[in-house]
Ligand binder design. Structure first.
Ligand code: ADP
Length: 201
């Protein structure tokens, strides 16, 4: 039987990662696009060869990873560099997602969750998904959670939020909205448990 393909997205601090873990506990197979993307530029990652070839060895650290600081400087002075880097990384991420999807399918997964932070920003994903679950909360809650979790200052968080899809745009892309605000983690888990039967779990 074909697994249900569920897109999962949400702004920073919405609780998307927490929901992904909860869905895993109900037997879903989660494919994490961010983790895959990071792995391509980690030591020995699939993008390293092409990055070295195109940008030079100055962009590679001694242990064979992308030198993020050097690349940040390069992108700052050369806007084309960002596009070029994305052209290397995106196809590799796409291939890895396809491979993981096939492997989940052949392992008999009933529901494959595509954890895609940029789901709304990249509409080509939408056609590969049966349903889209958006984890939502008030912007003030996003900021409070991220401040508590990380060393980021409020202005940095606002900058990240400003670069992400707007809340309205995300909600417009949703088939199901999980409003993760004013509830504790236990209630969130209960809401996820109520939702999962409609995702084949
Ligand atoms: P995202 O992946 O969307 O950035 P996370 O799932 O990492 O967000 O959640 C951000 C932080 O907020 C985490 O520390 C998480 O434990 C906490 N959190 C999420 N939802 C709730 C909730 N309903 N109640 C309390 N803390 C929460």
């Amino acid at each position: 039987m074909e697994a249900l393909h569920l897109g999962l997205t949400g702004g920073i601090g919405s609780g998307k990662s927490t929901v992904a873990v909860l869905l895993t506990s109900h037997g879903a197979c989660v494919i994490d696009a961010d983790a895959i993307s990071r792995a391509t530029t980690a030591p020995g990652g699939a993008a390293i060869g092409a990055i070295r070839e195109i940008f030079g060895s100055d962009m590679i650290t001694n242990d064979g990873a992308l030198d993020r600081e050097a690349m940040r400087k390069r992108v700052f002075s050369d806007p084309n560099a960002k596009l070029c880097l994305e052209e290397i990384i995106h196809p590799l991420v796409g291939q890895a997602i396809t491979a993981q999807t096939q492997s989940a399918q052949s392992n008999g997964a009933k529901c494959i969750v595509f954890d895609l932070p940029l789901l709304v920003e990249s509409p080509r994903w939408r056609q590969r998904l049966d349903r889209v679950l958006v984890v939502d909360c008030l912007p003030a809650t996003q900021i409070a959670r991220v401040v508590k979790r990380s060393a980021l200052a409020e202005h940095q968080i606002l900058q990240i939020m400003g670069a992400q899809a707007t809340r309205n745009k995300r909600l417009a892309a949703a088939d199901v909205v999980l409003f993760n605000d004013g509830i504790d983690l236990g209630s969130l888990a209960m809401q996820v448990a109520e939702l999962v039967p409609q995702f084949g779990l």
